[in-house]
Ligand binder design. Structure first.
Ligand code: SF4
Length: 74
């Protein structure tokens, strides 16, 4: 199963991920950084397994992130 890995600490809250794929990303009202929906945190790094169908859309998100803190693994 593909996985999204999000290095949230370095997020600058630009909102691009949310605009491209709101089913998986949203901006937190608490700190203005984006949150990986359904992600599980381990040592400041958030991860979630996704379906194959969601892979391409999140790859587009990862490429668009200006600080390159979203990674995808297969
Ligand atoms: S695109 Fe990157 S920097 Fe911008 S809000 Fe999303 S994770 Fe944060």
């Amino acid at each position: 199963m593909p996985k999204i890995i999000h290095y949230r600490k370095k997020c600058i809250g630009c909102n691009i991920c949310f605009e491209l794929w709101p089913l998986r990303w949203r901006i937190s009202r608490k700190d203005g950084k984006c949150t990986l929906i359904d992600g599980i945190e381990k040592k400041g790094i958030w991860q979630v397994e996704i379906s194959d169908n969601e892979y391409t859309d999140n790859l587009r998100v990862a490429k668009a992130c200006p600080v390159k803190i979203i990674k995808l693994s297969i």
